[in-house]
Design a protein around this ligand. Structure first.
Ligand code: AHM
Ligand code: MG
Length: 343
């Protein structure tokens, strides 16, 4: 019988051989993976469980929360608060950080998550997911505060996402490449189904919400116009387009067959850098994408180098196949140069 590697075995081997995973981090990842299994069960119940529809509440970003947003958040908080591996958690669905209660031992890690990404797809039975990012608590030793979370993404100790689609798949990096695990529903265990995941450097597929085209900045307009011009245009090749409207599903496709994903700044809300959140959406996805040989920028700088100023800060996102991300970033630089020359 073919030997199948479980998530636990993968993590134990990483801990043993490479010293990449301290015991607390291994425990943390296993607890998050277990929580994702519970979320997957709720997602699968759909209309048979009391999980669809609005929760009649708003999160800190002023977005209406769905019942599943709230359920997934509770599952992750409850699963993680007592294990002794965490100091605090932060979530898209919580206004402030959640410090591990005094009755439990405090660990040295900080966990951030978007408990249910792609909420607009819940009711229509399209893939959704959970995204998470792990930081080490650095600096002072007593207590924990929001400032402890404000570290650039390159300092992440681990990052991952779980996509609840036709298969339930967990994708993980501990800074040593990217591995994938598929949930075997018969045994209830995560089985490794890919390792050393690599994103092709070139692609003919882009993902962007085209309905916002008229609002984008000139470098993004230029890039997409050139893709749409196809074989007859300056790129000399035809491009395909996909947009799931669940970042997890769009990024998962890019990890599987390449592509470029963009959620750029647009002029409807000029003061917001973008729609997506830096700390629990863009940072973990950028860490995974870079670990798979891709690139991630905000059009100007590497996302993992951005020094966050707020927990729920937003960011413009361009990520995926390296050469395409580089091209978009060059178009932004060219625009900045021409503005400087004109001034
Ligand atoms: P959410 O975390 O509230 O679900 O929002 C983030 C999602 C991303 O998964 C996705 O890329 C984007 O929002 C889709 O936005 P739009 O509906 O504007 O296309
Ligand atoms: Mg999200």
């Amino acid at each position: 019988m073919k030997h199948r590697v479980s998530l636990t075995q993968y993590l134990v081997e990483k801990q043993r051989e490479d010293g990449h995973i301290p015991g607390q981090l291994r425990l943390l990842i296993e607890v998050v993976a277990r929580a994702c299994k519970r979320i997957a069960i709720s997602v699968n119940k759909g209309a048979l469980g009391d999980v669809l529809g609005s929760a009649d509440s708003e999160n800190v970003q002023g977005e209406v929360q769905k019942k599943l947003d709230v359920i997934a958040n509770e599952v992750l908080v409850e699963a993680n608060e007592w294990g002794g591996h965490l100091a605090a958690m932060a979530s898209e669905e919580m206004d402030h950080i959640h410090v591990v209660p005094n009755r439990y031992p405090q660990g040295e890690y900080l966990l951030l998550f978007d408990p249910l990404d792609g909420s607009s797809n819940i009711e229509v039975n399209v893939s959704i997911g959970t995204i998470f990012s792990v930081l080490r608590k650095v600096g002072h030793t007593r207590g924990v505060e929001e400032g402890d979370f404000l570290q650039p993404g390159r300092q992440q100790a681990a990052a991952g996402y779980c996509v609840y689609g036709p298969q339930t798949t967990l994708v993980l990096t501990v800074g040593d490449g990217v591995a994938m695990f598929t949930l075997d529903r018969e045994t209830g265990s995560w089985v490794q189904t890919a390792d050393g995941v690599t994103i092709p450097e070139d692609t003919r597929e882009f993902a962007i919400n085209m309905s916002n085209q008229r609002h984008w900045a000139p470098p993004v307009q230029r890039y997409i116009e050139e893709c749409l011009a196809g074989k007859e245009g300056p790129r000399g090749k035809d491009f395909n387009m996909r947009w799931v409207a669940s970042m997890v599903a769009d990024v998962h496709r890019i990890l599987s067959r390449g592509g470029i994903f963009m959620y750029p700044w647009d002029k409807r809300e000029p003061d917001k850098p973008g729609k997506l959140r830096l700390m629990y959406e863009a940072n973990p996805m950028s860490f995974i994408v870079e670990q798979a040989g891709g690139a991630a920028t905000n059009g100007r700088e590497r996302i993992l180098d951005i020094a966050p100023r707020r927990l729920h800060e937003r960011v413009s996102v361009v990520l995926g196949s390296k050469n395409e991300v580089r091209r978009v970033t060059e178009y932004h630089a060219a625009e900045a140069d021409s503005k400087t020359a004109a001034a």
